[in-house]
Design a binder for this molecule. Structure first.
Ligand code: DAH
Length: 358
């Protein structure tokens, strides 16, 4: 075997057994790099006689090409092997079952908030949120509360100590300030629901100082009272998961809507149970109305161009009604046994396709 053939056999064997890309790169430099064995031989071509060069040129070039090709082929093999190893080690086995009994329960307030958001999301509403600590403008003034409105009194509102300029921040008394924040920052059409915590100085079986609301707001050029009624009637049917719900809208007063109404749903007592949707008794579940022109003006919207409707409902109250929970104060007592009884499976996310509650 000639010396060159020996070199070729040796190199090909080493390339073939290279274990990884860096070993292969070492071989490439050793053979074809600037000072590599083949490169060194190529340099000798210049010193040969023309006859010799004619013979050795093709021999050496052939060697160079074959070694180069062998390295390239091996490189691809190694890359493919590395990729396969990575795919195998990073594989997620989606057939693995989840733990049979997840620990912990979803609180009824979280569950019902998710249910309400799921229903309005399916109707095309977005979710908006705002701060729990508000100023007078967003919580009252922009919502058209007159300066001497009783809701501004210490009696209802948790105020902070006055600041140096005399203004007082407060814990928001409702989610309505987020209407203002949204109308000031977003161009109509607006369709949002606003879930959040709210605060009032009040405590008994059906009132806690911190409670939860979901606010709704629709602003466009043609939204009217019929849309408001249709939206809320569709909501209660889906929420209570019953075919027919008797509802009525009673005239009411809110500074930020005109006309304003409260929505009641029919119910009756059957033995110890309260049954919704039918019967001769009425229960108030939310306040609503057409957004007052002053509120639109306070948010920089032209009331001759835009109009809309809004509503606000108590999440805790709806949770008590839907799931038969008797005392609101228990919601916030952090009693694990209570949560075990009234809580929801964390794996069952409320959605309209598989059912809200299971
Ligand atoms: N903010 C009211 C409250 O807390 C509820 C409410 C009533 C909200 C009517 C509205 C509305 O958006 O239109 O009592």
């Amino acid at each position: 075997m000639s010396e060159l053939q020996e070199l070729e056999t040796d190199l090909l064997a080493k390339i073939d057994s290279a274990e990884n890309e860096s070993a292969l790169e070492g071989l490439r430099v050793g053979a074809l790099g600037k000072k590599g064995v083949i490169s060194e031989r190529m340099k000798t071509l210049g010193k040969m006689s023309p006859e010799e060069r004619k013979e050795m040129g093709p021999v050496l070039n052939g060697l160079k090409t074959r070694i180069g090709d062998a390295i390239e082929t091996k490189k691809q093999t190694l890359e493919a092997a590395a990729l396969n190893a990575r795919l195998a080690s990073e594989k997620v086995d989606v057939t693995l079952p989840i733990r049979p009994e997840p620990k912990g329960k979803i609180h009824p307030v979280s569950q019902v908030t998710e249910e309400i958001v799921a229903i309005f999301s399916a109707m095309g509403f977005d979710v908006a949120e705002g701060p729990d600590i508000e100023d007078d403008f967003h919580n009252f003034t922009a919502l058209n509360f007159p300066a001497d409105h009783p809701a501004r009194e210490m009696h209802d509102t948790f105020f902070f100590e006055p600041r140096e300029d005399g203004t007082r921040q407060m814990l928001r008394t409702h989610t309505s300030p987020v209407q203002i924040r949204t109308m000031k920052s977003q161009k109509p059409p607006i369709r949002i629901v606003i879930p959040g915590r709210t605060y009032r100085c009040d405590s008994d079986q059906t009132h806690t100082p911190m409670f939860h609301q979901v606010e709704g707001l629709v602003i466009d050029k043609s939204a009217h009272m019929g849309h408001l009624k249709g939206t809320l009637e569709a909501f209660v049917k889906t929420f209570f998961e019953i075919e027919e719900v008797k509802t009525r809208f009673r005239p009411h007063f809110f500074p930020f809507t005109e006309p304003s109404a409260e929505m009641d749903i029919g119910y009756e007592h059957v033995g110890k149970e309260i049954r919704f949707g039918q019967g001769a008794d009425w229960m108030e579940i939310l306040g609503c109305g057409m957004v007052h022109p002053n509120v639109l003006v306070n948010c920089g919207l032209d009331p001759d161009e835009y109009q809309g409707f809004a509503w606000g409902m108590g999440v805790d109250r709806l949770a008590m009604l839907k799931y038969g929970i008797p005392d609101l104060r228990d919601f916030f007592a952090a009693d694990a046994r209570w949560l075990e009884h009234y809580g929801f499976d964390p794996v069952d996310q409320p959605n309209l396709a598989t059912g809200l509650s299971r």
